[in-house]
Design a protein around this ligand. Structure first.
Ligand SMILES: [Zn+2]
Length: 173
């Protein structure tokens, strides 16, 4: 018998694991995201605790299913393509953090990530010269740089995984 995750995902391969929240609780709900743009299954599945089932910006669920603590709250299984996941990172935090909009670069992800990297470096230099604390921005740099290199090779899924690390770090800003 297929598991609920297999069933809801249309038995697709997992694209990325994302950790959206710094929450100590286990999930009570498995939130089913919208349908994939093409083909079967949900775009993503999110594990949420009772506190976070009400409010998760940018993650509009289609249906909630009961879960008995399979994963920590805030864990997302993302079944979308690499490029779709890159766009999701831009929509949810990267553009807000850096001011870099992929539309301005014609969707060329290596350019988008190159410019995002430059903005982050400038912000770190500014914060540090003012005697401030630039971490966790500094912690994002290796992942942004590796995502840029992967995108330049056309490995969008690997690039999106790099941005997933940054997304988790961005919770601590
Ligand atoms: Zn929670």
């Amino acid at each position: 018998m297929p598991s609920l995750v297999q069933e809801l995902s249309g038995d697709r391969d997992l694209g990325g694991l994302r950790i959206l929240l710094n929450c100590p609780f286990k999930a009570t709900v498995l939130r089913e995201g919208p349908a994939q743009v093409s083909g079967p299954g949900a775009a993503w599945l999110a594990y949420l605790c009772p506190v976070h089932t009400v409010d998760l910006d940018g993650w509009p669920g289609a249906t909630d299913h009961a879960d008995s603590g399979t994963m920590p709250c805030g864990t997302v299984l993302d079944f979308r393509s690499g490029e779709e996941r890159l766009q999701s990172h831009a929509d949810l935090w990267l553009t807000r953090l850096t001011g870099i909009d992929p539309a301005a670069y014609g969707g060329v992800w290596s350019d988008v990530l190159h410019h995002a990297d430059r903005v982050l470096r400038a912000r770190i230099a500014e914060a540090e010269s003012a005697g401030g604390e630039a971490s966790p921005l500094r912690s994002m740099l290796p992942s942004i740089a590796s995502a840029r290199r992967s995108a330049a090779r056309g490995e969008f899924g690997v690039a999106a995984t790099g941005l997933g690390c940054c997304e988790t770090l961005a919770q601590y800003l």
